[in-house]
Design a protein around this ligand. Structure first.
Ligand code: ZN
Length: 139
């Protein structure tokens, strides 16, 4: 069995960001040499997500608007979590909705994604260093 473990780093300039990481993950699959297997990609922080959806600007803004309606950042005093000297309760809730990880099949040496599927890093409490784990296993 072959395996590859890599850590991607992110430090976004904005509090929230949506970054397409499909090409990065595809190149790791190539580097791994795995032809048939599984690729796990997960956010290592509880205020960020990895998810799969369409790479379309309107939709990305729709996700952001929807998440802000579900769990608005302001007023920060609205959340119990923020009584612990933090201001990121909304980011914990947004991460929970958007998910922690994705698992993608590798077929014939490539990510076996659907026609419009793209892998995204969703940041909800940025402006600091965060990591994403990619683990690829197979033959
Ligand atoms: Zn927190």
């Amino acid at each position: 069995m072959k395996s590859l473990t890599e850590y991607l780093e992110f430090s976004t300039k904005t509090r929230r960001a949506y970054i397409n990481i499909t090409d990065k993950i595809s190149s790791l699959v190539g580097k791994s040499g795995v032809k048939e297997g599984i690729c796990l990609v997960n956010a290592m922080h509880i205020t960020a997500s990895v998810y799969i959806n369409d790479a379309e600007n309107g939709l990305i803004q729709d996700f952001d608007d929807w998440l802000e309606k579900l769990a608005p950042h302001e007023p920060v005093s609205h959340y119990r979590h923020n009584r612990t000297m933090e201001d990121n309760a909304d980011a914990h809730l947004k991460r929970q909705v958007m998910g922690r990880e994705v698992v993608v099949a590798i077929t014939k040496g490539r990510l076996d994604l659907g026609p419009w599927e793209q892998i995204y890093y969703g940041e909800f409490d940025g402006r600091r260093r965060k990591r994403v784990l990619a683990k690829i296993i197979g033959e």
